[in-house]
Design a protein around this ligand. Structure first.
Ligand code: PHE
Length: 455
């Protein structure tokens, strides 16, 4: 059997896993979800979800992955002597394929914007940019080609193996993206009336709280942390014995949330300043940002173009570090579980994701049926809702039940405490959360959303 490889350095572990977590979920999805759910109240619930459900859930997946050192399905099965627990791994593989499909569409839009800003095609006022977005996203050919391109790019990196591809890329890209985000936040906050956007982000209006806001915040927290797809479990299978799982989980959640807030600070001050509706949906960043680049740097338009090119380049790369992690789940599964050679396994994963990606890409106006797929929601929206709001929380729910109730306590404690190097009081709090708080909270949020209970 081929050597599975592992991450070379401690910082490599953090950066690669953070690379999976940080992506379009933070920069594209977080702002548009916040905008659609009324702002600060959504963010408050989102943070509660990260703290109470996210971090304990991430540690749980890490424990399972590192202990087993194998693909998601086998990892779950190895840890349980009986029961259908391997199905959680199968579900993760399925979920990550759908996510990769629609994610690649948005990543493809980033590539399109990268080239459009190279040729200064998106320099114009709000109405112009809105029109530009509408025309290109409803085109049947262009965005679909970008989607395919992006999936092929992911395929190429994954096939080269863990250390060469994933780790090297993440080490350089993450810090650069961060610096650029800070620059754009400053630019956005310097626009006239920017303070309205900051208020929208931080001044909590509890009257906006509803069960669907809570449900969306839950989905966003899981999506953003890459939690519930067995992605973290797959990555943790490449961790070494010295990796401190608790510290890694906390650092990753901090980086991830911080980037999401930066993305909010980048989008909303600008959106309020130039009059873009915060609830514009998936197109929000693609309409708002070109205007920031265009307006703030109107004195020196070339500078605006350079920043814009750099931004879409780095955003595409951030998306790539996430798509690599999604692709790796399926590839490791086909290779180790179904015994299909790694390269062929990767090809199957790529082919399935491409079909989903193409359907999603055509659901922005190119094809009527896909555009109004269910209840007037596009096929892409449906895939997003199904995975983020339903499959990811369910994946994490079952993981918590499994780890908390069915796995040997000794194994769990040993992994968690790195064989005694960590205070065991933390362990007590964490295992209590995993056994009781996470499953009960997730169940309550689901029941409330379904209207079965009213709390
Ligand atoms: N967390 C990633 C992001 O925020 C998306 C992702 C979800 C990656 C699930 C892997 C698995 O962009």
């Amino acid at each position: 059997m081929e050597n599975r490889g592992s991450f070379a350095t401690k910082i490599g572990v953090i950066l690669a896993t953070a690379g999976s977590a940080v992506g379009l979920g933070n920069i594209w999805r977080f702002p548009y979800m916040t905008g659609q759910n009324g702002g600060a109240a959504f963010i408050a619930v989102y943070f509660v979800c990260i703290l109470l459900l996210g971090i304990p859930g991430v540690i749980a997946e890490f424990v399972i992955g590192r202990h087993s050192g194998t693909n998601a399905a086998r990892a779950y099965r190895n840890l349980s002597l009986k029961g259908p627990w391997g199905l959680i791994g199968y579900m993760g593989v399925f979920t990550s394929m759908i996510i990769l499909g629609f994610y690649a569409v948005i990543a493809g839009w980033c590539l399109q914007y990268l080239f459009a800003s190279l040729t200064a095609k998106i320099n114009g006022d709000v109405v112009y940019v809105q029109q530009y977005f509408k025309e290109f996203s409803s085109n049947p050919i262009e965005p679909t080609c970008w989607t395919i391109c992006f999936i092929l790019l992911t395929h190429f990196v994954v096939v080269r193996g863990v250390r060469n591809g994933i780790e090297k890329a993440s080490n350089i890209l993450m810090p650069t993206l961060f610096v650029l985000l800070v620059i754009i936040v400053i630019a956005s906050c310097s626009l006239p009336n920017a303070s309205k956007g900051i208020e929208f982000l931080f001044q909590v209006d509890w009257s906006k709280l509803s069960s669907s806001v809570i449900f969306d915040a839950l989905g966003q927290a899981f999506f953003s942390l890459s939690l519930g797809t067995a992605c973290l479990c797959t990555y943790a299978s490449y961790f070494n014995r010295q990796t401190n799982l608790v510290k890694s989980a906390v650092v990753i959640a901090l980086i991830d949330s911080f980037i999401a807030i930066l993305a909010g600070l980048m989008i909303f001050p600008a959106a309020f300043s130039i009059g873009v509706n915060p609830d514009s949906g998936p197109s929000l960043i693609f309409i708002t940002l070109p205007n920031v680049f265009y307006q703030v740097f109107s004195g020196v338009p070339v500078l605006g173009n350079i920043i814009s090119v750099l931004f879409y380049f780095l955003l595409s790369l951030a998306a790539l570090t996430s798509t690599i992690s999604m692709h790796e789940i399926g590839t490791a599964f086909f290779y180790e579980e179904l015994k299909i050679p790694r390269k062929q396994g990767a090809c199957i994963e790529t082919a399935v994701c491409m079909v989903i990606g193409i359907l999603c890409s055509l659901s922005f106006g190119a094809n009527q049926f896909l555009t109004e797929f269910i209840a007037n929601k596009s096929f892409l929206d449906c895939c997003d809702y199904l995975t983020s709001n339903i499959l990811l929380p369910l994946g994490s729910f079952f993981t918590c039940i499994f780890l908390g109730w069915f796995v040997s306590k000794k194994i769990v404690k040993d992994e968690f405490t790195n064989w005694g190097t960590l205070k065991s009081t933390f362990y007590g709090i964490w295992i209590f959360t995993v056994r009781f708080i996470c499953p009960v909270l997730i169940a309550l949020i689901f029941l409330r959303q379904l209207g079965i209970i009213k709390i």
